[in-house]
Design a protein around this ligand. Structure first.
Ligand code: FES
Length: 141
């Protein structure tokens, strides 16, 4: 948790305004994948606000979350994968009930450097070459 401590140390020196609080939340989420309850009180103390204020910001910003997604799907956003159906898969993936509930995070990455096997998609870090929806769904089970 050295990274988290470094974030806390950095923001301890700041004046604790709203923008910095949100930036701090984003940095913690970038490291942990979410902003766990056990860190919310410490963040509140750091910025001199009530923990309910921190929780309100987490609820206010859809990109911030209290619990990490169970699965992360990364869709290649490069031109070769796009021509082979990655954009269609991306649209379909965003419609999955698990995505709507926040259990599955769908994001994009520019060229995964496996263009010959496009479309390429990663499910929880595992690369699926020539990705098909059936295979993706199987990985999510
Ligand atoms: S464009 Fe998808 S791997 Fe290169």
């Amino acid at each position: 948790m050295q990274e988290i401590q470094a974030i806390f140390d950095y923001y301890k020196e700041k004046n604790g305004n709203q923008e910095e609080l949100i930036a701090c939340l984003r940095e913690i989420q970038a490291v942990l994948g979410c902003i766990p309850k056990e860190f919310q009180q410490k963040i509140a103390e750091l910025f001199g606000v009530k923990v309910t204020v921190v929780q309100a910001y987490i609820k206010l910003y859809p990109s911030l979350k209290e619990q990490a997604s169970k699965h992360i799907i990364t869709v290649c956003n490069g031109p070769r994968c796009g021509n082979k159906g990655a954009q269609r898969l991306l649209r379909e993936l965003k419609q999955l009930p698990g995505v709507q509930k926040g259990e599955i995070e769908v994001k994009t990455q520019m060229c995964m450097h496996h263009c010959a096997t496009s479309p390429n998609i990663k499910v929880d870090g595992v690369l699926l070459e020539h990705a098909r929806m059936e295979e993706i769904l199987k990985r999510l089970q």
